[in-house]
Write a protein that binds this ligand. Structure first.
Ligand SMILES: [Fe+2]
Length: 346
């Protein structure tokens, strides 16, 4: 069901207030070929209502000829900022960038954030944005989870389906995504609601079983049967199972890059307004699948780069896989038990 412009403008104002937008600050709205017109129109009204100086910067798409799908996260190559000093200067001169285009992680984005500019990505359909308008409580919950990751030396993930994965921690920071940008230099994604980190380089080991009903992204499909990943020295060295395993292997092989098979971010979902079932209700091109990434109690793991966490690995291939019914423990203390978040602050 659609939402009204009024509802979306109110949601924008809520997010901008949480992001501490002040009158007189400069907001640049980044747009591209796939920007949702209602999201843009409402962002323009909300930012002006709040007294901001508002720009719009429209950049042409890149990577379309290389990617196998239209999903904005399906191919992490160059970005429209690569070599684009004028755009970089405009964004660095802004207090807040509203990314309605999907500016992927890049050295240029890092440079913009380092200048103090905040960046908020918002590309999900308007009704998803409204349903998952972030709150201060979301922030507290996700930050509490990130604090638990920060002190931990190992994340262990098990499941009845057969997952038994050990990820030594400590090399990379804990990252909290709660849907707004309340500090200078912060990047976030509305909607979200999860905490994550990366295993120490080359140290994740064990087995991951993607069970029937678990979700593959950017395939945006529910797995029809078990797919088993053997994980050795930080890489998935075998992907076995039925047609889902074949499809995943074929897709990943198209990148012709061994780094695609590295274990990337690991963490768990904390957003109670996100739902496992939503993905099946949407056209694949209408959504990035943030419900799938954020639903409460998932174990979200990823294959591909770790440069977002400060590592050296870049690869154009990036697979996100939210698993249900896992138990996630940090140094032996459960934070998710059989797909449900546990712990005092949660
Ligand atoms: Fe990811």
């Amino acid at each position: 069901m659609p939402v009204s412009d009024y509802q979306l403008i109110e949601a924008w104002k809520e997010v901008l207030t949480l992001s501490r937008l002040e009158p007189g600050q400069t907001v640049t709205i980044l747009t591209g070929a796939a920007t949702h017109p209602q999201t843009l129109a409402c962002a323009l009204i909300a930012t002006q209502t709040m007294g901001a100086v508002v720009n719009r910067l429209d950049l042409p798409p890149v990577n379309g000829e290389k990617a196998l799908s239209r999903d904005a996260l399906a191919y992490l190559g160059e970005t429209p900022l690569t070599g684009n000093r004028a755009a970089i200067a405009a964004l660095k001169a802004s207090d807040l960038v509203l990314d309605l285009m999907t500016l992927l992680f890049s050295p240029e984005q890092h440079e913009i954030l380092a200048s103090g500019t905040k960046i908020l990505l918002a590309v999900e359909p308007p009704e998803v944005l409204v349903r998952m308008t972030p709150t201060l409580a979301d922030r507290e919950r996700v930050l509490a989870a990130a604090r638990r990751i920060k002190g931990a030396r190992e994340m262990r993930v098990t499941s009845e389906a057969g997952t038994d994965l050990r990820c030594p921690l400590g090399e990379f920071p804990a990252i909290a995504e709660y849907g707004f940008v309340d500090e200078p230099g912060r990047w976030d994604h509305w909607p979200s609601g999860f905490a994550l980190t990366f295993p120490n380089e080359g140290q994740a080991s064990g087995r991951i079983v993607i069970d029937g009903g678990d979700i593959l992204l950017p395939q945006k499909s529910y797995c029809t049967g078990p797919v088993t990943l053997t994980v050795e020295a930080g890489y998935a060295t075998a992907i076995e199972g039925g047609i889902d395993a074949e499809l995943l292997r074929d897709y990943m092989a198209s990148f012709d890059d061994p780094e695609a098979f590295a274990i990337s971010h690991i963490g768990w979902g904390l957003q109670k307004r996100a739902y496992w079932s939503t993905l099946g209700l949407y056209d694949r091109e209408a959504t990035l699948g943030m419900d799938a990434r954020a639903f409460d109690g998932n174990f979200l793991f990823s294959l591909g780069p770790n440069n977002e966490g400060g590592g050296k690995r870049t690869t154009a291939c990036h697979i996100d896989v939210p698993l249900r019914r896992c138990t996630v423990a940090l140094d032996g203390v459960e934070v998710v038990r059989e797909g449900k978040t546990v712990g005092g602050e949660q």
